[in-house]
Design a protein around this ligand. Structure first.
Ligand SMILES: [Cu+2]
Length: 463
C-alpha cells in the first residue's frame, strides 16, 4: 500500500513538472515537524513563446508551493528574494491573526526585500493556497498551492494533480490596474449598450494552468483506468472559470478544502479564490483535457490527463463558443459533509455590495476600506452575515481566519458547503454562518483583486 502510494505521488510529481504532488511527503514519518523553507522570488516564465517576468513561490528544491503530510505542522520560514516588500497570506488557513499574512490589520509589517519571516501553527487540512496580500503582486503570480493532506486522502489512493489557474498580462500590475480603473478595458457583454451584468474587467494576454497555456500545456501521465483527484485552485485575480471535464464524469468532493456530499457533473463553476477537489476515474486509455473556460468569453486554459502511450492532440486556446457567466448551479447543490452544529445566530449582519464600472468603484455598505464599518461580533457567538449584491458584477467574498457555512441563497435556506470564499451573484443574496472562535482582526473582502484594491474590503474584530 505504501509503495503504491509512493508511486502515485511520484507520478503526480513527475506529471506536474515544476509543481509538487509529493513534496515534503514522507508517509512513514507523518508527524514530522521540520521547518519548511519557502522562497518568494522573481523569475522568468515563457507565455506563448514570450518571456515574462513574474513572481514565484517555491521551496529550495524548486517545487512550487507546499504540500503538508497529515499531522504535519505549518512550520515555514519565508525568505523574501522578490526584490520588494511582500507579505504572504495563507488562504484557507485559520492561524492566529498575527500569522494570517496581511498587514492591513496592523499585526505585522511587510517582509522587506532580503528579509525573512517565520510561521508556526496547526494547519487546516484541504486544498488551499498562498498568495501575496501586498499591493498588486498577486496579479504577477505571487501565488502557489498550499495542500494539507489528511489520512483519508492517503487512504483514497488516487493520483493527486494540483493545478493553480491564473490570468496573465505582459503589462505590469500597475498598468493593468490603471487600465481597469479608467474603465476602458473591456467589452461589456457584447451588443448590449447598457449591460445588466459585467463579467470581466480586463482583457488578459493569457490564462494559465500551472504557468502554462494550451499552446504548451501540462500533460499528466496517469495509470490506465486510474483514479485521479484534481485539486484545482482559482488563483486568477479577475477571472472566474468553468471547469470543463469533457467526456469524463466526475464528482466534486470538496470545496475550499472542506468535504461535501459528492456532486456529479462535467462542468463546474469556480470563482476567484475558490478551490475544487474533483475525483474522477479515467477510461482504460486516452488523453483527456481538463479545461478552464473564462466566463462569458471564448478564452480557455487547461491541462491534459493521458494514459501511457496516448497521443496528445493540440488544443486551441479559443473555444468555438462563449462560455456562460458562472452561476450558483453548483453552490445550490452543495451540502456540507460536516455541517456546523445547529444553533441560532447570536448576531446577524447584512451587508450590501455596491459599485459601478464607470466610474470604477466597488464598495461594501457604500464604504471603502478607509471609511469601513467593522462587523461587530463577540467571541463565542454564532454569526450570520447576509450579503446582498446591488452592483453590476458578481463578487467572490472571502473571510479571513474562519470558514463559514452557506446557509441561504436568495432567501432559500440550505445546509450548504463550508468554505472561505463564496460568490454573491448580481441581484442575488447569500447568507453565511460561522462561529467567532478565532479572536482578532480579520479581513472580509472581494477576491477580485481590483475590486479589493479599489476598497471593497472591511473587517470583523473581536477579542
Ligand atoms: Cu468584487
Amino acid at each position: 500500500m505504501r509503495r503504491a502510494l509512493s508511486r502515485r505521488l511520484l507520478l503526480a510529481t513527475a506529471g506536474s513538472g515544476v509543481l509538487a504532488g509529493g513534496l515534503g511527503l514522507h508517509p512513514s514519518n507523518a508527524a514530522e515537524t521540520r521547518k519548511l523553507d519557502l522562497i518568494a522570488e522573481r523569475r522568468v516564465i515563457e507565455v506563448n513563446r514570450r518571456p515574462a517576468s513574474v513572481f514565484g513561490l517555491r521551496q529550495p528544491n524548486g517545487e512550487r508551493g507546499l504540500v503538508l503530510a497529515p499531522d504535519q505542522r505549518f512550520a515555514v520560514s519565508v525568505a523574501n528574494r522578490s526584490g520588494e516588500d511582500t507579505i504572504l497570506h495563507w488562504h484557507g488557513q485559520t492561524p492566529p491573526p498575527d500569522q494570517d499574512g496581511v498587514t492591513d490589520t496592523g499585526y505585522v509589517t511587510p517582509i522587506p526585500a532580503g528579509g525573512n519571516q517565520s510561521y508556526d501553527f496547526a494547519p487546516r487540512s484541504g486544498t488551499h493556497w498562498m498568495h501575496s496580500h501586498h499591493g498588486l503582486q498577486e496579479q504577477a503570480l505571487m501565488a502557489a498551492p498550499l495542500i494539507v493532506r489528511t489520512a483519508e486522502d492517503v487512504r483514497m489512493d488516487a493520483q493527486e494533480v494540483v493545478v493553480l489557474l491564473h490570468d496573465f498580462s505582459f503589462r505590469t500590475p500597475a498598468e493593468v490596474f490603471a487600465t481597469v480603473t479608467k474603465g476602458m478595458a473591456m467589452a461589456h457583454g457584447g451588443s448590449h449598450a447598457m449591460p445588466m451584468q459585467d463579467l470581466n474587467d480586463f482583457e488578459y494576454d493569457a490564462y494559465l494552468a500551472n504557468d502554462r497555456t494550451l499552446a504548451d500545456p501540462l500533460v499528466v501521465r496517469t495509470e490506465r483506468a486510474g483514479r485521479v483527484r484534481l485539486r484545482l485552485i482559482n488563483g486568477a485575480t479577475g477571472t472566474a472559470f468553468w471547469i470543463d471535464l469533457g467526456t469524463l464524469s466526475a464528482q466534486v468532493i470538496a470545496v475550499d478544502g472542506n468535504t461535501v456530499v459528492p456532486v456529479s457533473g462535467r462542468m463546474f463553476p469556480m470563482a476567484q479564490g475558490q478551490r475544487l477537489d474533483i475525483l474522477l476515474t479515467l477510461p482504460a486509455s486516452g488523453a483527456f483535457p481538463i479545461l478552464a473556460l473564462r466566463e462569458g468569453e471564448r478564452q480557455r486554459t487547461g491541462f491534459i490527463l493521458a494514459t501511457p502511450g496516448a497521443a496528445i492532440a493540440k488544443l486551441a486556446d479559443l473555444a468555438s463558443a462563449k462560455a456562460a457567466a458562472v452561476d450558483m448551479s453548483l453552490e445550490q447543490k452543495l451540502v456540507a459533509a460536516v455541517p456546523l452544529a445547529i444553533r441560532p445566530a447570536d448576531v446577524s449582519h447584512r451587508v450590501v455590495l455596491g459599485g459601478t464600472m464607470m466610474p470604477y468603484s466597488w464598495v461594501i455598505d457604500d464604504r471603502v476600506w478607509d471609511t469601513r464599518r467593522r462587523l461587530a461580533v463577540a467571541k463565542g457567538q454564532r454569526v450570520a452575515v447576509e450579503m446582498v449584491n446591488r452592483s453590476p458584477m458578481a463578487h467572490p467574498m472571502h473571510l479571513h481566519g474562519h470558514h463559514f457555512q452557506v446557509t441561504a441563497i436568495n432567501g432559500k435556506s440550505m445546509s450548504g458547503a463550508i468554505r472561505d470564499t463564496v460568490l454573491v451573484p448580481v441581484n442575488g443574496a447569500v447568507t453565511v454562518a460561522f462561529d467567532a472562535d478565532n479572536p482578532g482582526r480579520w479581513l472580509f473582502h472581494c477576491h477580485n483583486l481590483f475590486h479589493m484594491a479599489r476598497g471593497m474590503m472591511t473587517e470583523l474584530a473581536y477579542g
